[in-house]
Design a protein around this ligand. Structure first.
Ligand SMILES: *[C@@H]1O[C@H](CO)[C@@H](O)[C@H](O)[C@H]1NC(C)=O
Ligand SMILES: *[C@@H]1O[C@H](CO)[C@@H](O)[C@H](O)[C@H]1NC(C)=O
Ligand SMILES: *[C@@H]1O[C@H](CO)[C@@H](O)[C@H](O)[C@H]1NC(C)=O
Ligand SMILES: *[C@@H]1O[C@H](CO)[C@@H](O)[C@H](O)[C@H]1NC(C)=O
Ligand SMILES: *[C@@H]1O[C@H](CO)[C@@H](O)[C@H](O)[C@H]1NC(C)=O
Ligand SMILES: *[C@@H]1O[C@H](CO)[C@@H](O)[C@H](O)[C@H]1NC(C)=O
Length: 341
């Protein structure tokens, strides 16, 4: 035994500890991955942004934004550059095909580069270990890349704040492992495909944000699957009935359907009892607010303003949390028989 910071440590552990420390980290970089990174750099119109990706340095794991598994031959596992520094530091050009040539890549984050444009390379489907793909706040365009659903381990896909247009592809119902799909603030249109309830075979809660697009038509009844955790459909042109989304035993905690043209009667609804957030404002919802809403002990964000609701707001521990500004401009909602809003 020996002591390290006053603690007794077995000698073999100590030897291992110094051996690991003594490994020159600069050598732990896979030569093939390094060559691919240099091609990726050269694939952008302003490769100078990656100043630290220096052709004359033997390493790659200490290059800006590059993450490696140092103890496993230095394979590149992450590429992370979310630009917070302004236009002068924004990458420019199309995403290079060589991004698909980093077989150990599990995280690819390139966000807030206003000059990354065009579509996504099909080569991304080669990345069998990719679990998170964040490409939000760029200028990507065209139809949604339907082939992304072929990436077997993809858990998080964030394409928000881009210029994707057209329909949600039916292939987006076939992700094997997806848990989060962010597509808000794009130019998507058409109806939500009825197969979207099969978005993922995952039993974990699913999170979907489709807000601020131009999606229209009725909400498909198949969207009423039990495994949503978060569902954000606000600021679209959705019509018709949303009642299949409700039901007391659903796990959903966050539901935002505001600013659409939904038209249904709320009277008979059972709200999911775990809801923490329910936004229904700016629709054409009629009927009255069911008393069951007072069982939603975690509900702290709530708005039903600008609908066609009527009748008594059911007094109780939950509804009493919210003042009149959560019930504005309905048909005939009242706090009590003689206190109507
Ligand atoms: C690249 O590395 C070489 C050798 O370490 C150095 O002389 C050169 O200035 C570096 N270039 C850049 C652009 O950092
Ligand atoms: C995007 O970059 C700008 C600077 O160009 C910065 O002000 C902004 O906070 C960034 N946005 C996000 C969401 O990172
Ligand atoms: C969803 O998948 C299940 C089994 O894979 C299938 O039976 C069902 O028809 C699918 N539903 C839709 C709406 O595609
Ligand atoms: C969904 O997207 C909208 C639009 O940007 C955003 O305001 C909202 O916070 C997002 N919701 C969640 C839960 O991420
Ligand atoms: C909704 O549809 C109307 C006409 O049908 C259109 O003028 C409006 O721009 C649409 N709004 C959105 C958010 O798609
Ligand atoms: C509820 O939504 C309406 C818009 O429909 C808005 O005017 C009101 O301020 C919101 N109330 C709260 C408490 O956010």
């Amino acid at each position: 035994m020996a002591t390290l910071n006053g603690q007794l440590v077995p000698i073999p552990l100590l030897v291992l500890f110094f051996f690991v420390l003594a490994l020159p980290p600069s050598l732990a970089c896979d030569a093939g991955d390094r060559a691919v990174l240099l091609k990726i750099k050269a694939g952008f119109l302003n490769p100078g942004i990656f100043a630290s990706w220096n052709e004359s340095s033997a390493t790659c794991c200490d290059w800006y934004g590059v993450g490696c598994q140092r103890l496993d031959g230095g394979r590149v596992t992450s590429l992370t550059y979310h630009n917070m520094e302004g236009a002068a530091f924004a990458l420019s050009g199309r995403l290079p095909d060589e991004l698909g040539d980093l077989p150990f890549l599990s995280h690819l984050f390139l966000g807030n580069h206003s000059n990354i444009y065009g579509g996504l390379p099909l080569t991304l489907t080669r990345l069998t270990r990719l679990s998170a793909l964040y490409l939000n706040r760029n200028s990507l365009s065209g139809v949604l890349p339907f082939f992304l659903s072929q990436i077997p381990s993809l858990k998080v896909l964030d394409l928000a704040y881009n210029k994707f247009a057209g329909l949600i592809p039916p292939e987006f119902s076939n992700f094997p492992a997806l848990q989060y799909l962010g597509m808000e603030v794009n130019h998507l249109e058409g109806v939500i495909p009825s197969t979207i309830g099969n978005l993922s075979k995952s039993v974990l809660p699913l999170h979907l944000n489709l807000s601020h697009n131009m999606i229209s038509g009725d909400i498909p009844a198949e969207l009423g699957v039990p495994n949503w955790g978060m569902l954000v459909l606000s600021h679209n042109n959705l019509t018709g009935d949303a009642t299949p989304l409700f039901g007391a035993n659903k796990a959903i905690t966050y539901m935002d359907l505001s600013f659409n043209k939904l038209k249904f009667d709320m009277t008979g609804i059972d709200f999911p009892v775990k809801l923490e957030m329910l936004a229904l404002q700016n629709n054409m919802i009629s009927g009255s607010i069911p008393a069951q809403i007072n069982q939603l002990g975690d509900l702290y964000t709530f708005n039903v303003s600008d609908n066609q609701l009527c009748g008594l707001i059911p007094a109780g521990p939950v509804m009493d949390r919210f003042d009149d500004t959560h019930f504005l401009r309905n048909k005939c909602l009242c706090r009590s028989k003689d206190m109507c809003l």
